[in-house]
Design a protein around this ligand. Structure first.
Ligand code: GLY
Ligand code: MN
Length: 500
């Protein structure tokens, strides 16, 4: 197999290290050599398939976000890469998923997203000019002509047609330039902040000469600018959650069949994931399909166990729309359609905790209020069951938190392009700040009684329950985006009876 030569020692022009390229080259390939005659043939005889593309639906909103970034960092160059392909094994890559900051600033969509793209804000007298350095459509001929048929990571005959540069400009409303020009563009000595760790070429071209805090400050700004969702983002969140709700309906319809399989959890996972690929780009995170005591493992993603009649199934899953916004919903379902007494007792307590959390959602409320409200209900319930030796108040007191033996983690987070969105925000803003209209977050308390916990009655051991819904904070309260799914125990049983 022939490979085009690297344009820069240490890196090929995609930013992949040459080591990776050589590694691929060294493998005894099942591909055939391309003769000079065949290479010549590949250069010609193709129709002009150039298109005039309309702007992407989110492009105008992304333009406003770029203007805000420009205003925040006057006189500085800002570099935001999309990130590249990540190797799964040998010469196969994972499905590409661009960096969330890049998506936020471009409104790039699904399969159109191009690995190794780099958004550069170049300071001008009055603000910034913005250029997207990206891989264009595989050329037919020229020095890079072999990419078309011999580059299994980027060649059009291997991975599909990318947009041309002018198509990219039309779709995103951003000037587009070939990635080959990136080195020249980053050459001039201008104060520069980079989102690091996403593009090896960018990291090599822009040494981290500035104090590290300067780049941390950029990440923080990018994260905080995603806290309040605009109307287009809210539309995307609604779509992502609607797809997610549909995936849960699919799973309930397949539960009976799942009980007949040795690895029924995988059937549940596959059923949900099929909906994710059908409706969206894919999953916002790996599906958690946890039956029986697996529900006591917060992120049970092995999903290799059976789904048994008489047990609960905890399904925590989210579909990522083509816009890359994701839902994140959990339901805990009695596999045979009816909660046992012990299961219902736990379920009802988690339900009451979640209801208290939901009631605390409103603009102006401290972010932590919903968690505190939910945890008070949990602690009082556990105390009633005799599981908190020192009582609820002592367990809730700062410096104790003993009830957390059974809750383990927090009970909600911001949601958006990332499942755990806005994670680089300053703590005084999130989680330390207050809720605002346009925030989207989850409320997801849970109770987990480990199967080997000798401090709880035997009938509770191995029961794990989490209930999670997604909320949009509005001008005067909160709207449940996942209201299409039943939540209370009776409603869940009725829903399951209707679908089984
Ligand atoms: N849905 C997984 C989580 O929120 O951690
Ligand atoms: Mn969650």
């Amino acid at each position: 197999m022939k490979w085009y030569r690297p344009s820069k020692p240490g890196y090929d022009d995609s930013g992949h290290t040459v080591e990776r390229q050589q590694q691929t080259e060294g493998i005894e390939s099942h591909d055939r050599e391309v003769s000079a005659a065949l290479a010549e043939s590949f250069r010609q005889g193709w129709a002009d398939t150039g298109r005039k593309l309309p702007p992407l639906p989110g492009a105008a909103y992304a333009a406003k976000r770029r203007a805000a970034l420009s205003e925040r960092f006057p006189g500085e160059r800002i570099v935001v890469p999309s990130g590249g392909l990540k190797t799964r094994s040998n010469d196969f890559d994972y499905t590409f998923r661009p960096h969330s900051a890049f998506v936020h600033l471009t409104a790039e969509q699904g399969t159109q997203a191009v690995p190794d793209s780099v958004l550069v804000f170049e300071p001008t007298g009055t603000g910034h000019s913005v250029v997207l350095f990206t891989r264009q459509r595989s050329p037919r001929g020229g020095p890079n002509g072999a990419e078309l048929y011999s580059d299994r990571h980027h060649g059009e005959f291997w991975v599909g047609r990318r947009r041309t540069l002018s198509e990219t400009s039309d779709a995103l409303g951003i000037e587009a330039a070939p990635r080959e020009n990136l080195e020249r563009a980053l050459g001039a000595d201008v104060p520069t902040r980079v989102v690091r760790g996403e593009d090896t070429l960018v990291d090599a071209l822009v040494p981290a000469a500035r104090p590290a805090e300067a780049e941390a400050e950029l990440l923080t700004w990018l994260s905080e600018s995603r806290l309040v969702k605009d109307e287009w983002e809210i539309e995307q969140m609604r779509a992502a959650v609607d797809y997610t709700v549909a995936g849960f309906h699919d799973v309930v319809g397949e539960l009976r069949h799942a009980t007949t399989l040795a690895r029924g959890e995988r059937w549940v996972e596959g059923t949900f994931n099929r909906r994710a690929r059908l409706e969206g780009y894919g999953l916002g995170f790996e599906t958690i399909a946890a039956a029986g005591a697996h529900a006591c493992v917060l992120h049970w993603m092995h999903n290799d166990g059976p789904v048994r009649d008489g047990e609960l199934l905890l399904l925590d899953a989210g579909i990522e729309a083509d816009s890359f916004y994701t839902g994140d919903v959990t339901r805990t379902l009695p596999v045979n359609g009816r909660f046992s007494d012990a299961q219902r007792r736990v379920y009802d307590l988690v339900f009451a905790a979640q209801s208290a959390g939901i009631a605390a959602l409103r603009p102006g409320a401290p972010f932590g209020d919903f968690h505190d409200a939910a945890m008070r209900v949990v602690a009082e319930g556990l105390d009633d069951w005799g599981l908190l030796p020192g009582g609820a108040e002592a367990a809730l007191a700062p410096g104790s938190g003993l009830y957390r033996r059974f809750t383990i983690c927090g009970s909600g987070h911001m949601l958006g392009l990332d499942c755990h969105d806005c994670a680089a925000a300053r703590r005084q803003h999130y989680p330390g700040g207050t809720l605002e209209a346009g925030h989207v977050l989850t409320v997801e308390p849970g109770l987990y009684f480990q199967p080997d916990d000798l401090t709880v009655p035997e009938e509770l051991r191995g029961i794990g329950v989490r209930i999670e819904d997604d909320f949009l904070i509005t001008a005067d309260g909160a709207l449940c985006l996942s209201a299409g799914l039943p939540r209370g125990a009776d409603e869940v049983e009725a829903w399951m009876a209707s679908l089984r």
